[in-house]
Design a protein around this ligand. Structure first.
Ligand code: PEP
Ligand code: MG
Length: 756
């Protein structure tokens, strides 16, 4: 990219900064000189430094260009104005027309109304925001990548100055939030369920780069080469962790990570930064900051994942360069730690002692994040997207992690801790009782057998089949192997996964659902359609039928994997019988092809349909005449029946699946399927909640598929229920006029001792 006219480049700026830092004077006088120097060097009319003070306030500490009387007077809260936004997001912001930005906050005392463009970067130290550095220009100009990088380098130097404690005392910074003793609650996204309580430990606050400017670049390049070699061999050791099973998508994640550590492009970018005059560690940080900035703009989840792996590697490389240890020595860590991090890479997580780690809370992260996949393999509760948790949490704070609801409580009151400890103990006791139900028959009190199956989507879920006594897998979501890769997996790769699933199922039935992408399930490398309403858009079977090559490859992989065994396949989001027929034809064609080629084929094939689109309800006769089984995807079905987005938290309590309409729908469906002799199941989340499951069996359902953890509670429920009585009650409720019949069902269960 073109460089700004007159700019001396990073080397010159670094040299000037080094000389300035070497000279004496107070911290304030250095700030004053730095703003002059940066403004001059970057040819900007304004350069200002804001420093974070107690109470999440950013105070203007030095400026060149704004009115001098604004210094120490202008204050913005984190999140307020453009400066506040930069601090909140901890990412650079470059705007050619800052005043038209919705977050622009005009402060008359500064006189900044005449400046149009703005470039700001956070001043970060050990992952925490310390302040913001800003340049402004009168014209509407576009800042180059090099200028952003230069400003970030200056911010690194400033971080050291702020940390010196002369500008804001260490005591003030420690309690910078001003609310550090009060309880705080955060809502995030559940990345791995489970409950935990422990003490907060901040991840990676320790690494602080002392020297920014290199004395001799050749020496720095050598140090870099040595550290990266050490890092690679340490990673090899780490990934051989015996706590991780050999089988599972996490292995693939870790292998990609290992390859990343050998990525030439990344190391070359660091070398380049060294050549501009930075020390090796400063160069690593420089590239990290840049990566983070890019991460903020990248929408593509796949690339985001890779960039966050890179962030993990960066920290690791820094450790080798600075000689800092990774996580503190085991002796220093509490044995009930809750790790709090901005983001965490898969290898970083592995470095903590599993026996001390109770849970992980992150500011970023998503369910398909590599670290989340590894956390599931290790069974560590994990919550992501807890904004600001890092700045609010202090080392040693008591933390409650409710990985079932996605809540994190910091510094909860004694009474809350006590209640939570009780519910954890209660849950542990219930788990023990549940463990005992594993081998008990799944029959109601009046002797009706209910088949309980589990939903799965990862190879690591499979051992749960044994542990819970599930009667097979009622829904195998096949998306995950597609999500952890950078392109569509080929037939052979897919086949291997499916074959492993069938092998582990050991004769119990497995229902594979064909790829259900689009809607709420984004594939990293598949931009698909930019639908205005993705849930109603080009998704699942619609893509499969329009791009038959993708679907046929998957069907081929199923066929090969099921050699000599039963193969059950179901198609998601079918809206018409004709669509089901087209999908079924594709499967038959693949079966014929395999037979023609003399390849081994499954012993039997069952082809089913997911009932998720209400239109199918009026095609049941034709559907039942063709389908071998029907499985209700109640998550999607409910959202379409009620025109209520399943992911919208505002609507999540508005309608209740336990309502007359849904009960009536299910009763009629169960009746039709019994008449036609076509097996029917429910595999949406409804099936896994004891009260909902109670209503479903009351509607006539005899097969339910759910997350493994729900099998024992649901079995306990049905073993205590009299189905005949229950069915009568549910029939009565399905004609009621109530908005929800949840409370009536609950009261019914409590009155009759049904364990919900
Ligand atoms: C459903 O919609 O109920 C279902 C089981 O599918 P998914 O949740 O994967 O969309
Ligand atoms: Mg669905």
């Amino acid at each position: 990219m073109a460089q700004a006219a007159g700019w001396g480049g990073p080397r010159r700026l670094l040299r000037l900064l080094r000389d300035l830092m070497k000279g004496g004077g107070s911290a304030q006088s250095r700030l004053d000189r730095i703003v002059e120097l940066v403004a001059q060097d970057l040819v900007a009319e304004v350069c200002s430094i804001y420093v974070l003070r107690a109470g999440e306030v950013l105070e203007l500490f030095a400026t060149k260009g704004l009115k001098p009387e604004a210094v120490h007077r202008t204050r913005l809260r984190v999140g307020e104005g453009l400066v506040g936004v930069i601090a909140l997001r901890a990412r650079p912001l470059a705007l050619s027309d800052a005043q038209s930005h919705p977050s622009f906050a005009y402060r008359p005392e500064t006189g900044e109304e005449i400046y149009h463009s703005l470039l700001g970067v956070p001043i970060l130290r050990g992952g925490r925001v310390q302040g913001v550095l800003v340049v402004q220009n009168a014209t509407q100009r576009t800042y180059t990548d090099e200028e952003v990088e230069a400003l970030e380098t200056v911010a690194m130097v400033l971080a050291e100055l702020v940390a010196g404690g002369e500008l804001v005392t260490a005591a003030e910074s420690r309690h910078a939030s001003g609310t550090s003793l009060l309880p705080a609650r955060f809502s995030g996204v559940v990345l791995n369920a489970g409950l935990a309580m422990g003490q907060a430990v901040a991840h990676q606050r320790g690494i602080v780069v002392q020297q920014i400017v290199a004395e001799d670049p050749a020496v720095e390049l050598e140090r870099l080469a040595e550290a990266s070699a050490q890092m690679r061999s340490a990673i090899d050791d780490l990934l051989d962790n015996p706590a991780l099973g050999r089988d599972g998508e996490h292995q693939e994640v870790l292998e990609t990570y290992r390859m990343f550590a050998r990525d030439r492009g990344w190391l070359e970018r660091i070398r380049e930064a060294v050549r501009t005059g930075l020390t090796a560690e400063a160069a690593v940080m420089r590239v990290q900051t840049d990566t983070r900035a890019r991460m903020g703009q990248v929408k593509d989840p796949y690339i985001r994942e890779r960039l966050s792996d890179l962030e993990d590697l960066t920290n690791r490389l820094l450790q080798h360069l600075t000689g800092a240890q990774g996580p503190p020595d085991e002796g220093e860590l509490p044995d009930n730690m809750v790790l709090i991090a901005r983001t965490l890479g898969p290898a970083e997580l592995l470095e903590y002692d599993r026996t001390r780690l109770r849970a992980v809370v992150m500011q970023e992260g998503s369910p398909t994040a590599h670290v989340a996949i590894v956390a599931r393999a290790l069974n560590i509760p994990m919550i992501g997207r807890c904004r600001e948790v890092l700045s609010e949490a202090h080392e040693g704070d008591p933390v409650i992690v409710d990985g079932d609801t996605g809540q994190v409580l910091l510094r909860p009151r004694e009474s809350v801790r006590h209640t939570f400890a009780e519910s954890m103990a209660l849950r542990a006791r219930r788990m023990q009782t549940f463990a005992k139900t594993r081998d008990l028959p799944s029959v109601t009190r009046d002797g009706v057998e209910i088949r309980l199956q589990m939903n799965a989507g990862l190879l690591i879920d499979l051992p749960q089949m044994q542990a819970t006594g599930a009667d097979g897998i009622g829904l195998y979501r096949t998306e995950v192997p597609f999500m952890v890769r950078n392109s569509f997996p080929g037939v052979k790769d897919q086949m291997e996964v499916y074959a492993r699933v069938l092998k582990q199922a050991d004769g119990r039935s497995v229902v594979f659902r064909t790829l259900d992408i689009g809607g709420d399930k984004a594939l990293p490398y598949w931009s698909g359609a930019n639908d205005e309403n993705p849930a109603l858009g080009w998704r699942a079977i619609r893509i499969g039928l329009d791009r038959p090559a993708i679907l046929r490859q998957q069907l081929r992989a199923f066929i090969m994997a099921a050699e000599g065994r039963e193969l059950s396949v179901m198609f998601p989001m079918i809206s018409t019988v004709a669509e089901f027929e087209s999908a079924r034809r594709l499967l038959h064609r693949e079966l014929e092809r395999a037979a023609r080629q003399g390849a081994a084929t499954p012993e039997t094939v069952r082809i089913g349909v997911m009932l998720e689109v209400p239109a199918l309800a009026w095609q049941l006769d034709a559907l039942m005449a063709r389908a071998d089984f029907v499985s209700v995807g109640s998550n999607d079905l409910f959202q379409f029946l009620f025109a209520s987005d399943r992911g919208n938290p505002r609507l999540s309590r508005r309608y209740d699946p336990l309502c007359p309409a849904m009960l009536k729908f299910m009763r009629e469906l169960a009746h039709k399927s019994a008449e036609a002799g076509v097996p029917l199941s429910v595999c949406g989340e409804m099936a896994g909640h004891p009260l909902e499951a109670m209503a479903l069996i009351g509607c006539g359902l005899r097969t339910l598929s759910m997350v493994p953890g729900s099998i024992a509670p649901v079995k306990t429920m049905l073993r205590s229920a009299d189905l005949e009585q229950l069915s009568r009650f549910v029939r009565h409720l399905s004609d009621a006029a109530d908005h929800s019949v949840r409370e009536r069902l609950r009261a019914y269960a409590l009155d009759r001792g049904i364990a919900i």
